[in-house]
Design a protein around this ligand. Sequence first.
Ligand code: COA
Length: 260
Amino acid sequence: MEYQNILFEMKDKIALVTINRPDKLNALNNKTLAELKDCFSALRNKDDADAVIVTGAGEKAFVAGADISELNKLSAVEGKIFSERGQEVFNLIEKLGKPVIAAVNGFALGGGCELALACHIRIASEKAKFGQPEVNLGIIPGYGGTQRLTRLINSGRAAELILTGDLIDAREALRIGLVNKVYSGEELLSKSYELAEKISSKGRIAVQMALRSIVSCDDITDIEGQNLESSLFALCCGTEDFKEGTSAFLEKRKPLFKNS
Ligand code: COA
C-alpha cells in the first residue's frame, strides 16, 4: 500500500503502519487521517496480517495531535464533522478485528494520545510523552479521548490530564496504566514485533474472538458481555485449532495451529 503521509510495511504476518510527517511531528492532517482510514480498511480484510503495529516516523513524535493549522479554520458545523471523521477512523482501528499495538516513540498528544488509546495495547519508549493539551487551544479532545482515557485510567486521572492539559512522561504513563511497558528507544520496535509475533503464534481464531469480546466491553452490559463471551467460546470449540490445542497439551507437544 502506497501513501504520501504514512508508510506501510509487512514483515511476516505483522503489518507496520508509520505516520510519516516528521517535520510536523506527525500531526494528523486531513490527508493523513484519510490515508489511515484507507490503510486500516484494507488491513481488516488482509488475511496475511495477524497483527498491526502503529508508530511515528522520526526521533521526536508518535503523533503530536490533530494538525492545528487545519483546526484553526473550523466553524462549529465543520468542527462536528472534523471530530466525527476522526472518531470514525479510530473506531475502525479499535474494531479492526485483529490486535493493534501502539509503539509510542515520542510525543503522543491530543489526537496522538487518542490514536494510542484506540489501539489495543500501548507500549512506549522512555522518550514518550502523553497528554491531552486541547484545553490550551480552547477545545476538548474530539477523537474519542474523553471516553477512552476515562475508561482506561479512571475518571479522576483522566479529568486531571484533560482539564490541565499537562504532559506526563512514559514512567508516569506506566504507573497510571496508560501504557503496558516502557523500553529504551532502540528496543521499542523490536519489543513491539516480539509482542505481535507472540500473539501471531497463537490460534488466529481464538485471538480474534478474545479481542472481539474484550473490545465489546465498552459497548454492552456485563450480562450481555458474558453472553457474547460464551457464544464466542462455543465458536472456538468448533474449530480445528481447539482440537489441536487441547490434543497437543494432552500429548505433551507444541500445538500446530492451522487457523481454521
Ligand atoms: N499541528 C500542526 N503542526 C504541529 C503540531 C500540530 N499538532 N505539532 C507540532 N507541529 C509542527 C510545528 O508547528 C513545527 O512546524 P514548523 O517547523 O513548520 O514551525 C514542527 O511541528 C515542530 O514542532 P515544534 O513546536 O517546533 O517542536 P518543539 O519540540 O518545540 O515542541 C511540542 C514540541 C509537541 C511540545 C509542540 O510542537 C506542541 O505543543 N505541539 C502541539 C501539541 C498539541 O497541542 N496537540 C493537540 C492538538 S489538538
